[in-house]
Design a protein around this ligand. Structure first.
Ligand SMILES: [Zn+2]
Length: 258
């Protein structure tokens, strides 16, 4: 199997042409004709992810977040991204990013987040999904529910009367707080996303909505696992024995050697 076949498969799951204009999804490093020896799936390209990928014998990284969001005019080892890019090129490691095309895709980031939270009757379009919890919960119970499901601390951004309960929840993986109004319009009383801007939290609270901030990584992790699972299934289906690994935590580790 060569890299272009993996690109084509991801394109069937989440067409690259559906990415936002500002995005940079697709094959970013390497050659479409390279034979794939192993694939590693992660949220971001970091030294730790590259360490793991190399140790596993992979020569293709599949990440959610792209690199080179803005055009580079130099490729030196003197900034983090440049250093990571040089490391990949030296090691002949390919990189495919599936970002906003995977955010909005059926089964993608926001769908996987809704599923991880146990929502049913899920609808929505774009980056937003809305569904129902198994039962109506208080603000404290909602916070605990999301925290338990995503295994992460969760910050409630509004105070509800102790007896108030809600069942209809909107979700958006990553930094989605600007969608709070759209979530309200879809009848959600609760909005779970990764990062919530202060002024969005104030406006949403004033409208009676409970925003729950669950962290960028934790709200996108279910979608990374879903992407890895879909890819693994496809490889199995074509009986392609490519070693396959995935990272739970990609970032936040300082490189040991520079
Ligand atoms: Zn993200």
């Amino acid at each position: 199997m060569i890299i272009s076949e993996i690109v084509t498969f991801i394109d069937t799951l989440a067409p690259f042409e559906t990415q936002e204009p500002y995005d940079n999804s697709g094959l970013l490093v390497g050659d479409a004709g390279w034979a794939v020896k192993g694939i590693h799936v992660a949220l971001d390209v970091t030294d730790r992810v590259l360490d793991e990928a190399e140790a596993a014998g992979a020569n293709l990284l599949l990440t959610h977040h792209p690199m080179m969001f803005s055009a580079r005019k130099r490729m030196t080892e003197m900034d983090t991204e440049g250093r990571l890019l040089c490391r990949m090129i030296r090691g002949r490691m390919g990189l495919i990013a599936a970002h906003t095309n995977w955010d909005r895709a059926p089964g993608g980031i926001s769908d996987a987040l809704a599923a991880a939270l146990g929502l049913t009757g899920v609808t929505g379009e774009g980056f937003l999904r809305v569904g129902e919890l198994p039962e109506a919960l208080t603000a404290d119970a909602l916070t605990a529910w999301v925290s338990g499901r995503l295994r992460t601390p969760v910050r409630p951004m509004a105070q509800w009367p102790a007896a108030r309960r809600a069942q209809r929840v909107a979700v958006c993986g990553g930094a989605g707080s600007e969608l709070w109004e759209e979530a309200c319009a879809l009848g959600a009383e609760v909005f779970v996303t990764g990062e919530i801007r202060h002024h969005h939290a104030l406006l949403a609270a004033d409208a009676g909505m409970l925003c729950l901030e669950a962290g960028h990584f934790a709200t996108e992790e279910p979608g990374i696992f879903a992407l890895a699972d879909a890819l693994q299934k496809q490889l199995d289906a074509v009986q392609c024995k490519i070693p396959f690994t995935r990272s739970r935590a990609g970032g936040y580790a300082c490189p040991e050697k520079r």
